[in-house]
Design a protein around this ligand. Structure first.
Ligand code: SF4
Ligand code: SF4
Length: 452
């Protein structure tokens, strides 16, 4: 029986009716290997690698090509075999960020993997120590694949005793279906991966948490687990956004809150995305570092679907694969519609810039609609739904007055960037954008204070 006990989290919304997910949900994952990849040196915001190869070097799938430049970056590996034909720095059109890409032209040879057992049966992990697993995570460049892209080995190197691992399969944003499909199609890899994460954490158990709009995946995985001796259970949660936020998930499942300024490890929990669990199994049993991922391509495209592709696959080629953009009055978003970044307005697929990284969950094309902000009417809706328990309209007000000390006093640093406040605001105020900016600027000031 799927466990339904639910304690809930503070705030939250129902941003859509589910028909958005239906667009790509019935499309099985298609594996595609492009002839060319352009791998970004920045695999998640601010996590930058220095490229090892130079133009003309031959690389083989899985070769180490990027060395972390900072604390939040991890090793980066060649996602196809071939020749490095270019290393270029571009300015991202909408953000202005400078990002370096390494281009590999493929030699057309697919990698042959001999050990595929972990796709069909539960693997013995008794010979693998926690140290070995942490080292493999680090060497293999494992990161959280749900959005933030934090290095997995750093989470697991905690000195805090860990009781349980929560596997985040909530996939609570509209349109996204890549995690749902992963659960339906890669069940045994996931279970093997979760088993490894339990051992790496030194934990007693794992709970795989998913929303009740993915009941089929929950039942399928529960059936798979029932015949195995693994300390994994499945928890079905009511569909509600932003349940997939780390703190919200912990609150919903355990009725415990992570203290302000603290980490889940402080209360004995590590949270990992379900795709990271699969990548862990690939790493340990498939001897493959994190070089590919599943991406949902959906919205206003001809054939919405889910694609398993090497890192560096261009967004424009993915949009082509999905049959192309079907309306010129569009807005192209990388990631979910609530938290993703808009990378193009009124564009064709050829104009969409950039390539798949370890955190690219989706490319979504929406109808473009321009909204005009009007003054706040003090309705309080943004306060009632804010899952961080802060006052978005007050922080917005202080930020517009450029008063960051008030933003700090109003706990702007607690904003999780979920976008719920903008979604409910009847005055169409850009609350989320400015609350996120306030959060980032206050955090920067705090860091500078610590350095002095
Ligand atoms: S203030 Fe931040 S956490 Fe609160 S609803 Fe807005 S975006 Fe979400
Ligand atoms: S939801 Fe909009 S109008 Fe209502 S209090 Fe918040 S900012 Fe003001």
């Amino acid at each position: 029986m799927l466990c339904k006990k639910y304690s809930g989290f503070f705030g939250g919304i129902h941003p859509a009716d589910g028909s958005d997910k239906e667009l790509s949900l019935q499309s099985p994952i298609v594996s595609v290997t492009p002839d060319v990849v352009e791998i970004s040196s920045e695999q998640s915001t601010g996590s930058i690698c220095h490229f090892k190869p130079v133009i003309g070097d031959k690389v083989t799938l899985g070769d180490l090509i990027g060395i972390p430049k900072n604390f939040t970056a991890v090793n980066l590996h060649a996602s196809i075999s071939g020749t490095v034909t270019d290393i270029k720095t571009y300015e991202y059109p909408r953000t202005g960020a400078q990002v370096t890409f390494l281009r590999i032209e493929g030699n057309g040879r697919a990698a042959v993997k001999t050990n595929q057992e972990y796709r069909f049966k539960l693997m013995d992990i008794s010979h693998l120590s926690r140290e070995i697993l942490l080292n493999k995570m680090k060497e293999g460049g494992l990161t959280g694949m749900g959005g933030a892209g934090f290095p997995t080995h750093i989470k697991y190197e905690t000195k805090q005793p860990i009781d349980m691992v929560l596997i985040n399969a909530a996939e609570c944003e509209p349109y996204l279906t890549c995690d749902h499909r992963l659960m339906l199609e890669y069940g045994m890899e996931l279970i093997n991966g979760i088993n490894l994460l339990i051992k790496a954490a030194g934990a007693q158990k794992a709970i795989l948490c998913l929303e009740d709009n993915k009941k089929d995946a929950g039942l399928y995985l529960e059936n798979l687990i029932s015949g195995l001796n693994v300390p994994i259970s499945i928890k079905l949660l009511p569909t509600r956004y932003p349940q997939g936020g780390e703190r919200q998930l912990i609150q919903a499942v355990t009725n415990t809150m992570v203290p302000i300024g603290g980490l889940p490890a402080d209360i004995g929990i590590i949270v990992n995305n379900v795709a990271t669990a699969k990548a862990m199994a690939d790493l340990v049993f498939g001897d493959t570092p994190l070089i590919a991922r599943c991406v949902t391509v959906t919205g206003k495209v001809k054939n919405p679907g889910n694609y398993y592709v090497p890192l560096g696959t261009s967004y424009s080629s993915l949009l082509h694969l999905a049959g192309g953009i079907t309306t010129l009055n569009n807005k192209v978003i990388l990631g979910g519609p609530m938290t993703g970044n808009c990378v193009g307005i009124d564009v064709t697929e050829a104009d969409v810039y950039g390539s798949v990284t370890k955190t690219s969950s989706a490319i979504i094309v929406l109808e473009n609609s321009s909204l005009t902000e009007t003054p706040c009417i003090r309705c309080g809706a943004c306060v009632r739904i804010c899952p961080a328990g802060i006052h978005p309209f007050k922080i917005d007000n202080a930020y517009l007055r450029e008063d960051l000390s008030i933003c700090e006093k109003l706990f702007a640093t607690e904003c999780i960037g979920c976008g719920s406040c903008s979604y409910v605001c009847p005055a169409k105020r850009e609350l989320a954008r400015r609350n996120i900016s306030a959060r980032n600027e206050v955090k920067k000031i705090r860091r500078e204070r610590q350095v002095k």
